[in-house]
Design a protein around this ligand. Structure first.
Ligand code: CMC
Length: 388
């Protein structure tokens, strides 16, 4: 024990200094590198935001082109790696498969695993950004029993991902454009969020000087849990369950208040006010799901659930508001993504943040291995059986 402070879940402990993301949870403010999320959502593409988060500045047009060209050139994965991905259980959860595939990047690309070599870290950055969409899309194609689609270097980042995922089944025209913009916006809103569980994990693993692929594979695993990124899948499952069981919203909220279940997509460690991302996402959901006179059943249900919770003192007293995951699922489903792919989309968005934190940490003058202390509450010294 000594002088150490017990702080479960690190609710009160800052473990590093960072220049990447600013959050004011009470005011509902989120900025990447100083730029308000609302401005980036309107003015930038995901690729620009990724560049901003990783390198610290918005790219000049030439820099953006160079970044984008490098990603196009590196989007392929080795044939061996394709075989490896294809050999994994096709009905396994995609987050498990994605984490495994990312982990093996260190083996396929062992010329970019040295954290002390800036060029290697930069090369690994490009490889991760370029290949994650290819990996994710292949895992999705396998899960539906379809042939993989190779990356097309003539397409931009997000377009390429949706084409590798849906192929010709991708909607075209106005709807295709709307879906493309929606994916881009959702990725922007997920790009970084300071020391959330997965990013903290990337830093902890990286602090042992593990390579960037190993560290980010660990981040994917941390993201998979339902308290973190897995919440977007859990919200949809919750909405499905409410609809299918016919339970009333009042009765469901009673179960939440009796602590039988959590209201998924609500609550946040840092935001004690509206999550600014959830506002943007609700607007997007309205745009996508209210296009015709045929309102989406689950979206309607989500709106009612939100309103009922916000009118209930259990939630207002605890400052529980909808978070980023509350409305993303209904949008992804409307686009045709299966529920178990939702958290993979979160991972695609969060990747620039993970990379930025890994890289920032390498240059931190206070860099040292993460090694929390504990308060021991076990037995005192005991006599070993048979020792007199
Ligand atoms: N439903 C019902 N009660 C809740 C919820 C919820 N979703 N979230 C928190 N509470 C209650 C909790 O029971 C506690 O009540 P009391 O003080 O009476 O014991 C109080 O609110 C404070 O909760 P906490 O567990 O101390 O909060 P935390 O900061 O440790 O947990 C959280 C944050 C996000 C894990 C939690 O709110 C949660 O489990 N939410 C549901 C899952 C979810 O939507 N996660 C996504 C988070 S946002 C983005 C992301 O990371 O993906």
């Amino acid at each position: 024990t000594g002088m150490t402070t017990l702080d479960p879940g690190f609710g009160n402990t800052a473990s590093c200094s960072s220049k990447i993301t600013y959050i004011d949870g009470a005011a509902g403010i989120l900025r990447y590198r100083g730029y308000p999320i609302q401005d980036l959502a309107v003015g930038s593409s995901f690729l620009e935001v990724a560049y901003l988060v990783i390198y610290g500045e918005l790219p000049e047009p030439g820099q953006l082109k160079e970044f984008s060209d490098k990603l196009r050139e590196n989007a392929d994965i080795p044939d061996d790696m394709g075989t490896f991905i294809d050999a994994m259980p096709r009905n396994g959860h995609p987050m498990s498969l994605v984490a495994s595939a990312v982990n093996t990047l260190a083996a396929y690309y062992d010329d970019s695993v040295d954290p002390d070599d800036e060029n290697q870290v930069e090369l690994a950055t490009i490889r991760l950004m370029a290949k994650l969409p290819t990996i994710a899309a292949r895992i999705y194609r396998n899960s539906i029993g379809e042939q993989p689609i190779a990356p097309d270097p003539s397409l931009d980042y997000v377009e390429n991902f949706t084409r590798m995922t849906f192929g010709d089944a991708r909607p075209d025209g106005e709807l295709g454009e709307l879906f493309g913009k929606a994916v881009d916006l959702l990725l922007i809103l997920h790009a970084d969020h300071e020391l959330n569980c997965s990013t903290a994990t990337v830093r902890v693993v990286g602090s042992s000087q593990a390579d960037i692929f190993a560290s980010i594979a660990s981040g994917v695993n941390a993201l998979s849990g339902p308290s973190h990124g897995g919440a977007n899948q859990a919200v949809l499952e919750m909405l499905d369950e409410i609809r299918d069981s016919g339970v009333s919203i009042e009765d469901f909220l009673e179960r939440v208040k009796n602590r039988e279940v959590r209201l998924m997509g609500f609550g946040h460690r840092v935001y004690k006010n509206f999550d600014p991302r959830s506002k943007e996402i609700k607007g997007l959901a309205t745009q996508i799901l209210d296009r015709d006179d045929n309102p989406d059943e689950l979206f309607e249900l989500a709106l009612k659930l939100e309103a009922a919770a916000l009118a209930d003192s259990y939630f207002t007293e605890r400052k529980l508001y909808p978070n980023v995951d509350f409305y993303t699922g209904v949008i992804y489903r409307a686009m045709g993504f299966p529920t178990n792919m939702f958290t993979v989309l979160f991972a695609l968005g969060r990747l620039p943040g993970w990379i930025a934190h890994y890289r920032e940490q390498l240059h931190d003058p206070a860099f040292r291995i993460a090694r929390p202390r504990q308060h021991y509450i076990g037995a005192n010294e005991r006599r070993y059986p048979g020792q007199g």
